[in-house]
Design a protein around this ligand. Structure first.
Ligand SMILES: [Zn+2]
Length: 517
């Protein structure tokens, strides 16, 4: 067949079979019963015509087949994740994917994914591969390409004008709907990701806070442990009034719960660099984050604080590039590993490390595996399985809401235990140090409310479950700081709070943002 015909068939296939999530979301906003059927039909035609336009633009004797095959294969993945977890494949999701390691992705493999891969990817890709294509002369092909593209544009324009009122509402008030189109939106996202990541010129690291120095030397040095949590949502903490006891050990400690803390982003790759950066949520971007020093660098500039980052998550997302970093996802360093390495393994040997500091100020950051989904049931050992039955598959939509909550809450019990162990460790050094623990999750988590799972939705459409995070502070005996924990705080506060805790004087310190001042 001609390549035009192949393109039309493939675009039709995408429209009919790979856009379940898109039409599902459209129907939620524009239900069929309200006479919306014509709109939805025209929307399908636009989506189809747009794909024909795009594929034709990219087509040539050497590119048509490879491109269509690649699009089919990748789209079978994206269709699976969008349908199963209600995620969208935006620029941040691409970045998350690029920064995810095999261990984390293996949590996502399932039989259903294989079916998607086979029916929406491999099989149609194979048919494309096997179809012999007829090509005319360069001139005829070019002319035909022009005609097809012109015709596609014409169809799109006619549709837009015929239903202009509908499209005004569609594009203006329901902008997020287009995030669910497959493969068009992920193609756009990859382009955007590449433009933002590679095409932005060489990254020159901007130093900040080079004037930083520790003032008011007190007789006792400071020992601060920051725990960066993973995917704990505030409303599942019993400290925040959750009906189940999910903080049984923490509540026995003299902790201060922070009930109103918002995350900077809805994913690890966005939130972690943002929380250590000088920028607030409004100003922060990935590019600014990697091209500006963070609070660890500023503390380092004082030359009087020892810093250590231990990571059991994936990595520090670029935060600890210039300070000592230890990977605890490997049994080479982590001595507490069974089917996976456990967060409490990060505490082994810290006693020794602290003693070696010889009375210097110390900051330790522990980046947890925490409640990393969807396999919550793998995030804890048997002794934390208090709530049953638990969802045992990564196909959350197949589990009952109750069993997902059970597994998630059991994982919270494990974090509760971990944090209480951090406090026990700090208590051992209470005599020699002024000790503090700050715990903040990187983002929240959706557990199936309105069919939404996991996290990573664009901030402005993300439900509160993904942005309202668990956060707790603990002070040692010699360090009883009074502050108002009930105020509204966010990741934006961490930068200045850490500078304040270590009595660091620098131009970049903003007292108003310091939670403890
Ligand atoms: Zn995360």
């Amino acid at each position: 067949m001609t390549q035009t015909k192949l393109i039309i068939i493939t675009a039709l296939f995408f429209t009919l079979f790979s856009n379940y999530s898109f039409f599902n979301n459209v129907l939620e906003v524009y239900p069929l019963g309200d006479g919306n059927i014509l709109y939805i039909l025209s929307l399908s035609i636009i989506l189809f015509a747009f794909m024909v336009l795009l594929f034709t633009l990219l087509s040539s004797k050497y590119t048509t087949k490879p491109i269509l095959i690649l699009l089919l294969l990748v789209s079978s993945f994206t269709a699976y994740f969008m349908n199963s977890y209600h995620v969208v494949i935006d620029t941040d999701m691409i970045r998350n994917t690029m920064q995810t390691n095999i261990d984390e992705s293996s949590d996502l493999f399932s039989f259903k994914l294989l079916i998607y891969l086979l029916l929406l990817g491999i099989l149609p890709a194979y048919l494309v591969y096997k179809t012999p294509l007829y090509y005319g002369s360069f001139k005829t092909e070019l002319l035909k390409k022009g005609k097809v593209m012109l015709f596609s544009i014409l169809i799109i324009v006619i549709m837009l004008f015929s239903f202009s009122k509908f499209y005004t509402s569609f594009f203006r008030e329901h902008k997020p709907l287009r995030y669910y189109t497959n493969p068009t939106y992920w193609i756009y996202s990859i382009g955007d990701y590449i433009a933002k990541t590679f095409n932005s010129g060489e990254i020159v690291l901007k130093s900040i806070g080079v004037d930083a120095k520790v003032v008011k030397k007190e007789e006792k040095p400071k020992l601060v442990i920051v725990v960066v949590g993973e995917a704990t949502r505030a409303d599942h903490f019993s400290l925040n009034g959750y009906s189940r006891e999910t903080n049984p050990l923490l509540k026995k400690e003299n902790i201060i719960n922070l009930p109103h803390v918002n995350s900077c982003g809805t994913s690890t790759a966005y939130s972690v660099p943002c929380m250590f950066s000088i920028y607030d949520r409004g100003e922060y971007s990935y590019k600014k984050g990697i091209s500006t020093e963070n609070v660890l660098d500023v503390l380092y500039h004082t030359n009087s604080i020892d810093i250590l980052w231990r990571d059991n998550n994936s990595d520090s997302k670029g935060v600890a590039l210039r300070v000592p970093f230890e990977d605890y996802k490997t049994s080479k360093n982590n001595t507490i590993c069974d089917e996976e390495c456990r967060d409490e393994g990060m505490l082994v040997g810290l006693d020794k490390y602290i003693k070696k500091r010889d009375g210097k100020d110390v900051l330790i950051v522990l980046h947890q595996m925490g409640n990393h989904g969807p396999a919550y049931n793998r995030r804890y050992t048997k002794k934390f399985e208090k709530f049953t039955p638990v969802c045992e598959t990564n196909q959350l939509e197949e589990c009952s809401k109750e069993s997902i909550n059970n597994a998630y809450d059991n994982a919270l019990l494990h974090t509760d235990y971990f944090l209480s162990e951090v406090i026990h460790l700090l208590k051992k050094h209470d005599k020699k140090y002024k000790t503090t623990m700050i715990y903040m999750s990187d983002h929240g988590e959706s557990l199936g409310e309105n069919g939404i799972y996991l996290h990573g939705l664009p901030y402005f459409i993300a439900p509160k479950a993904q942005t309202h995070i668990g956060a707790v502070v603990w002070f040692g005996k010699n360090n009883q700081i009074k502050f108002d924990p009930t105020k509204q705080y966010s990741h934006d506060n961490l930068f200045h709070t850490l500078l304040g805790l270590f009595n660091v004087q620098t131009k970049v310190y903003d007292k108003k943002m310091d939670m403890f001042k």
